[in-house]
Design a protein around this ligand. Structure first.
Ligand code: 5GP
Ligand code: ZN
Length: 131
């Protein structure tokens, strides 16, 4: 029991640490500026600081989720919502002729910010397979 409590405390502390330190949580709380293209109560979309295409937007749930590997049942509505926002933004930002959404998961896939985000890339022809 003691051991279990200890583990819970460690996990909770780690979560609190994540929320305080996380770059995208800070953007969601408006502590760091971003070029926001869409916002509602649960989802935020902003332009990537180092765009890889004429349109390069990141769509995030405002609530901290570290990565695709951490998703639980609880997250399915918000991730559906993230996907719908990406689909609408593709139309509104004029790339509906062809675009790509990408979620990098884990460091081997190039995930560098551990707050889940969907890249929306468009406005140029996109090679396949990605590197
Ligand atoms: P990842 O590599 O984790 O899939 O994607 C992280 C993305 O976040 C990268 O494309 C990177 O350019 C972007 N990024 C990193 N720091 C910032 C920032 O402070 N502001 C914005 N708008 N984008 C950022
Ligand atoms: Zn976060």
């Amino acid at each position: 029991m003691k051991k279990e409590l200890c583990r819970m405390t460690r996990n909770n502390l780690r979560e609190v640490g994540d929320l305080n330190d996380c770059l995208f949580c800070k953007i969601a709380r408006k502590e760091i500026p971003a070029d926001i293209v869409y916002e509602d109560d649960d989802v935020l979309a902003f332009r990537d600081i180092r765009p890889q295409a004429p349109v390069h937007v990141l769509v995030i749930p405002k609530r901290h989720i570290a990565s695709l590997a951490d998703l639980t049942q609880e997250d399915k509505d918000v991730m559906g919502h993230v996907t719908l926002v990406a689909s609408r933004l593709a139309r509104d930002l004029g790339v509906s002729e062809g675009y790509r959404v990408v979620i990098n998961c884990g460091k081997d896939a190039g995930q560098s910010v551990f707050h889940i985000h969907m890249h929306l890339l468009g406005g140029r022809s996109l090679g396949w397979p990605p590197g």
